[in-house]
Design a protein around this ligand. Sequence first.
Ligand code: 5AD
Ligand code: SF4
Length: 446
Amino acid sequence: MIAQPPLLTQEGSFRVLLITYNRHLMQKFYIRTFGCQMNVADSNEMGRHLKARGLVETEDPEEASVLLVNTCTVRQHAEDVAFSELGRLRPWKTRKPGRKLVVTGCAAERTKQSLRGRFPFVDLVVGAKAIEDFGQMAERLLAKRATDEDLDYAIPSMGHQVSGFVTIMRGCNYSCTYCIVPYVRGRESYHPMEQILGEVRDRVNEGASEITLLGQTVNSYHSDGSKGRDTDFADLLEEVAKVDGVDRIRFMSPHPYYMTDRVIETMAGVPQVCEALHLPVQSGSNRVLKTMMRTYTREHYIGLAEKMRKAMPDMTLSTDVIVGFPGETDAEFRETLSLIRETQFDWGYIFKYSPREGTPAAEMECPPLELIEERHQECLAVLEETGAGRRARLPGTVHEVLIEDGNFGRSRSNHKIRVQGDVVTGEIVRVKITAAERATLQAVPV
Ligand code: 5AD
Ligand code: SF4
């Protein structure tokens, strides 16, 4: 319940009125998120729990009385960055009594035994497997809340999010030998379709017209739903498209194994599904893919890319690549480069292999760091080359841009586009591309 401020009152009595409504009404929270979109979605979910308990979000940690650090552990560097941020928060915690510091996410899950010892000023640890219990944990945390004098107050603002995330599954049943995710997020579990559609409607009511469905291997989704027990990811896409107000559907990240003909046909056939796909390949060498336990071959991946581009000629394709996986020879690395050229990716992320304790690949010998660095640079250059080649076809073409922030928005193909002239956040504008030299394209309305 939100207290309506009386129109005419002195500041003092206004404050007393708010406090009598609810003692932690108008406390502020701040969330710092590291890592992938799943973490962003988890942060949003935890934020909704806090909002439901009367807290309001702030962009300024100094104003906050509850601060969440949502951590990532996919590579050692990601974990180090999150924990050094946490270390720097000790003065934040001690400066004002009653402040609550919460650590959540994958690095919290991985290190929860030692975390309290390293950071004794942390109030609550919520590992990635426990995110769905955050509501109850927050309740207990806030029950021990500070006195009102310690807290800062604000008038709540209405959030306007043109693009909303909906988590459809958690965890991962794969055992890619480099990956820590199955250890920290656990086995796959799928949200019931009705729950997902309810969340889609919530995001639309909050102002979203674009929905991104999220899961570690999002297209392995199956659950009870429109087709009974056999309801799969393609069925879910069809159902989400039927929700009033959904203009665009995206999803992240699919696994090549589940990129079935039926999913491709549904993507091509359902108008709301956008022509953009992020499909991690990891390596172009069959021997490396096998050692990674990726369950597909180079030929299968290239075949998939061809099939999808045939079904959706304007589709952009992006990917994740790991360079310097243990045992990767120069010839195998060159196979990754040739796959990038053959597949003509629009963009992608190139990661330097990072050993994760407890994973099978961490037992194997790593290539020297300088070699990984060299391969990283070379791979980035090849990807930039294919990306530039793909962008060169764009000037003069017409796109629909959903305006997200100021003059910036995204096309259905997921290009970031700066539109000239007066535009309004949340509107879809038809534009013509005028320049495409850089990753952010320039365009004028048509
Ligand atoms: N080292 C480097 N990159 C990794 N990824 C996952 N685990 C590792 C690791 N140990 C990359 C993969 C994945 C992306 C999210 O992170 O490319 O698709
Ligand atoms: Fe990690 Fe592989 Fe699962 Fe992706 S599919 S989260 S890379 S184990």
